[in-house]
Design a protein around this ligand. Structure first.
Ligand code: F6P
Length: 545
C-alpha cells in the first residue's frame, strides 16, 4: 500500500485542502439550485442500490481532487491487492478475503489455496444442519424440535448476525434467534425465561474462542443446559463457530458441531461465514444464500467499476471530504426502517474498529484525521433525540440516510410518513431556513414583531449541512447484502486513503490485559496498581461487604 507521505500523495492532500478553502466550497443549496444536472450527475447505481451524493458540497473540483488523492494513495490498487489475497492486513500478516465468503468456488485465492472453494464445505455443512433442524431430523436430547437458537458472541461474532437477523426475520420463519453478547448476568437473566432448554440450540460464536465475555457466557449457558438435561445431553444442544478447533474441543463441543472459518475472515467482516449460522437457522438457509448473493453483486461492482462510478470508492471519498477537507469529526447513520435498528451498531464496529487508527501501516504517525465517530438510530426516532444538534449545533455532522422504498407491511400511510420524514430531514439540512424567512413566517402567523425579532435566531437553520442518501428498493436479503458489502468496501477504501490498516484492532488489547489484574483486585487477591482503580475497587468491595 502506498504511504500518504509520498510526494504525490502530499501534493494531492494539499490540492484537496486548497479546493476545500475556496469561497463557496461548503455550499450545498446554492449548488443544487444552480445546476439542474447536479442530482443525476451525483446519483450512482451499483449492486442494486442507489446512492445520492447531491446533498454534499462535492463539486467537480472537489471530486477531481479526491480522485487524484485516490490515485496517489493507491485506493484501487489496495482493492486489487485485497482481491488477490495478498496480506493487506500487514500487522497480522494476513489476507482480508471476506469477499471469498460469498464467491463461487475458484473465485478468490490466498496462500496457494482456493479460498472460495474452502468456504463451500462449511456452507454445505451449515445448509445441512439448518435443513435437519428445520425438518426435525436433528432435535434436542429429549427428542423435542429446536425452536430457539441462542448465539453467544460479542463484537463481530454478535453485531453482524444480530443486525442481519433482525432485519430479515419474519414471524413465519423457522426459528427464533437470540443474541447474548454482554458478560453482564442481567443479559442472561433477561433471556433465560424466554427459553426452554429442551428446545434451545446454543451457538458459541468466537473466532478466537478465548474472548473472556463469550467464554464466561458459554460456561453459564452450558451449565444451564446441563442442569436441565444432564451433562451428556447438553452437548447435543451446543455448536461452535470458530477458527480455534483445539479450544472448541476442550470446551466439549463435538467436531461435527464445529463450523470453522479461516483467519483471513476478520471478526467484523464475518457475518457471511459460519458466524452467520444463527441467521441461517432463524431465517432459513435460502435467505442466507440470498444475502450472500446481494453482497456478491456489490463485490462485482466494487471490483469492476471505475472510481468515477464506484459506490464504495465514492462513499469513502465523500468521507475524506467531510473528515479531512471540511474537518467534520463525526457522522450519523439513520436507517428509516425499524428492522435496520442495529445497522448503526454494526457500522460502529465495522468503521470505528477498522479506522480508529493513528499510525500508518509502517508505524509512522498519520499526518491527518482518520475515522470519525459513527453513531445513529432509526428515523424517525432520531429526529426526536439528536437531530437538534445536527440541524442547529455548532459543528456539522454529515448524515447517511438509508431509505427503503417498498415496505413489507400493508400500512401504506405509515410508510409514506416515514419516508416523507427521511426525505424532509435531508432537505432541511441542505437548505436550512434563514433568519429572515423564519421572521417573516412568524409575522405571517400573527406574532408581534418584537417577539419575532427575539425568536428569529433560534428558529433559523444554517443549512448547507451535508448528507448522503442510500435507497434500497425493498429490505430484501439481496439489498441488505449489498448495503453491508458497500460499507465494508468503503472501509477498505478509507484504509488506503488514510494509509492505515483497516483490518487489525490492537486498540482493544490494553483494556483486556488490564481487566485480568482488575478482576484479581475485585476478588481481593491483589491490589490494583492505579490509584483511581484501587479507590473504586475499594468502594465496590465496601458495597459487597
Ligand atoms: O473487540 C475485539 C474483538 O477482537 C473484535 O474484533 C471481535 O469481533 C470480537 O473481539 C470478538 O472476538 P472473537 O470472535 O474472537 O470472540
Amino acid at each position: 500500500m502506498s504511504e500518504p507521505a509520498t510526494v504525490s500523495a502530499r501534493s494531492a492532500w494539499a490540492a484537496l485542502h486548497a479546493v476545500a478553502t475556496r469561497p463557496g466550497a461548503t455550499a450545498i443549496a446554492a449548488k443544487l439550485d444552480a445546476d439542474p444536472a447536479r442530482v443525476p450527475r451525483l446519483s450512482f447505481r451499483g449492486g442494486g442500490l442507489l446512492l445520492d451524493l447531491s446533498r454534499t458540497a462535492l463539486d467537480e473540483a472537489a471530486l477531481g481532487a479526491l480522485h487524484e488523492l485516490g490515485r496517489a494513495t493507491g485506493v484501487l490498487a489496495f482493492r486489487d491487492a485485497m482481491a488477490r489475497g495478498e496480506a493487506v492486513n500487514g500487522t497480522e500478516r494476513r489476507a482480508a478475503l471476506h469477499i471469498a465468503l460469498r464467491a463461487p468456488s475458484g473465485g478468490f485465492r490466498t496462500g496457494g489455496e482456493d479460498a472460495s472453494g474452502a468456504v463451500r464445505g462449511t456452507l454445505e455443512a451449515m445448509r445441512a444442519l439448518a435443513k435437519s433442524v428445520h425438518h426435525g431430523d436433528v432435535t434436542g436430547a429429549m427428542g423435542e424440535p429446536f425452536r430457539d437458537v441462542v448465539n453467544i458472541g460479542i463484537g463481530g461474532s454478535d453485531l453482524g448476525p444480530a443486525m442481519v437477523t433482525r432485519a430479515l426475520w419474519r414471524p413465519d420463519m423457522p426459528m427464533r434467534a437470540h443474541y447474548l453478547a454482554n458478560v453482564d448476568g442481567h443479559a442472561w437473566e433477561a433471556l433465560r425465561p424466554q427459553l426452554d432448554p429442551r428446545r434451545t440450540l446454543v451457538l458459541v460464536a468466537s473466532k478466537t474462542f478465548t474472548t473472556q465475555e463469550t467464554m464466561a457466557n458459554a460456561r453459564l449457558v452450558k451449565a444451564w443446559l446441563a442442569d436441565a438435561l444432564g451433562a451428556e445431553a447438553a452437548g447435543r444442544h451446543l455448536a461452535a463457530l470458530s477458527t480455534n478447533l483445539p479450544a472448541t474441543a476442550a470446551f466439549g463441543i463435538a467436531p461435527e458441531r464445529v463450523f470453522g472459518f479461516r483467519d483471513w475472515v476478520g471478526g467484523r467482516f464475518s457475518l457471511w461465514s459460519a458466524v452467520g449460522l444463527s441467521t441461517a437457522l432463524a431465517c432459513g438457509f435460502e435467505i442466507f444464500e440470498r444475502l450472500l448473493a446481494g453482497a456478491r453483486a456489490m463485490d462485482a461492482h466494487f471490483l469492476a467499476a471505475p472510481a468515477e462510478s464506484n459506490l464504495p470508492f465514492l462513499l469513502a471519498a465523500t468521507e475524506v471530504w467531510h473528515v479531512n477537507a471540511l474537518g467534520h469529526p463525526a457522522r450519523a447513520v439513520l436507517p428509516y426502517d425499524e428492522r435496520l435498528a442495529r445497522l448503526p451498531a454494526h457500522l460502529q464496529q465495522l468503521e470505528m474498529e477498522s479506522l480508529g487508527k493513528r499510525v500508518t501501516m509502517t508505524g509512522a504517525p498519520v499526518p491527518h484525521r482518520t475515522g470519525p465517530v459513527v453513531f445513529g438510530e432509526p428515523g424517525t426516532n432520531a429526529q426526536h433525540s439528536f437531530m437538534q444538534l445536527i440541524h442547529q449545533g455548532a459543528t456539522p455532522v454529515p448524515v447517511d440516510f438509508v431509505l427503503v422504498a417498498r415496505p413489507d407491511h400493508d400500512h401504506a400511510e405509515s410508510h409514506r410518513i416515514l419516508l416523507a420524514n427521511g426525505l424532509a430531514q435531508a432537505e432541511a439540512l441542505a437548505r436550512g431556513r434563514m433568519a429572515e424567512q423564519a421572521h417573516a413566517e412568524m409575522l405571517a402567523a400573527g406574532m408581534p414583531a418584537a417577539e419575532a425579532d427575539r425568536l428569529a435566531p433560534h428558529r433559523a437553520f444554517p443549512g448547507d449541512r451535508p448528507s448522503v442518501t442510500i435507497l434500497l428498493p425493498a429490505l430484501t436479503p439481496e439489498a441488505l447484502g449489498g448495503l453491508v458489502a458497500l460499507y465494508e468496501h468503503k472501509v477498505a477504501c478509507l484504509g488506503a486513503f488514510w494509509g492505515v490498516n483497516p483490518f487489525d484492532q490492537w486498540g482493544v488489547e490494553l483494556g483486556k490485559q488490564l481487566a485480568g489484574g482488575t478482576l484479581a483486585a475485585l476478588e481481593g487477591c491483589a491490589a490494583a496498581a492505579d490509584p483511581a482503580t484501587a479507590a473504586m475497587v475499594a468502594a465496590i468491595r465496601e458495597q459487597w461487604a
